[in-house]
Design a protein around this ligand. Structure first.
Ligand code: ADP
Ligand code: MG
Length: 138
C-alpha cells in the first residue's frame, strides 16, 4: 500500500552540495515527492522535532547540528514508504551502512549522517505535520 514518510536532507549534505544527488536517488528509487522545501531551523525547532531524544548524551550536539544550516524537508510517497526510505538511507552509523545506501555514500559520522527518516507510520504523520501545512503537500 502506498504510504507517506518524512525525510530530511541534513545540513551536512546541503553544505557539501549533495542535495541534488540525493533527490536524484530518491526519484530513481521510485518515491513520489509530495512535499519539499528548504528551511533553516532554529535550535528550538530542532529540539521540538527531536524531543524523543531529549536527555540522551548526543541531544545538544544533534540539535546544534540540525540548526547549523539549511536542510531540505521532504514528504515522500511509496509502497511501504517508511521502510523503503530507511532502507535507502542505510544504518545510522555510516561505518555500518550497506553499499548503495545514502549514508554509505554521503554521511561522514554517526552524528552528521546526511539524512533523516521516520521510524513508523505514526511518527511520519507527526513529523510531516511538524514541517508542512496541507497547502504545501501535493
Ligand atoms: P536514525 O536517524 O537512524 O533514526 P536515531 O533516531 O537513533 O537514528 O538518532 C537520531 C539522530 O541522532 C541520528 O540520525 C544522528 O544524527 C544522531 N545520533 C544518533 N546516535 C548518535 C550518537 N551516538 N552520537 C551522535 N549523534 C547521534
Ligand atoms: Mg530515528
Amino acid at each position: 500500500m502506498s504510504t507517506l514518510t518524512f525525510g530530511i536532507i541534513k545540513p551536512d549534505a546541503v553544505r557539501a552540495g549533495n542535495q541534488g544527488k540525493i533527490i536524484d536517488r530518491i526519484v530513481a528509487n521510485g518515491f513520489k515527492i509530495r512535499g519539499m522545501k528548504l528551511i533553516h531551523q532554529t535550535t528550538k525547532q530542532a529540539e521540538g522535532f527531536y524531543a524523543v531524544h531529549a536527555g540522551k548524551g548526543f541531544f545538544g550536539e544533534l540539535t546544534e547540528f540540525m540548526s547549523s544550516g539549511p536542510c531540505v524537508v521532504l514528504a515522500l510517497e511509496k509502497d511501504g514508504a517508511v521502510k523503503a526510505w530507511r532502507d535507502l538511507m542505510g544504518a545510522t552509523n555510516p561505518a555500518e551502512a550497506a553499499e548503495g545506501t545514502l549514508r554509505k555514500d554521503f554521511a561522514s559520522s554517526i552524528g552528521e549522517n546526511a539524512v533523516h527518516g521516520s521510524d513508523s507510520d505514526e511518527n511520519a504523520a507527526v513529523e510531516i505535520s511538524y514541517f508542512f501545512s496541507k497547502l504545501e503537500l501535493v
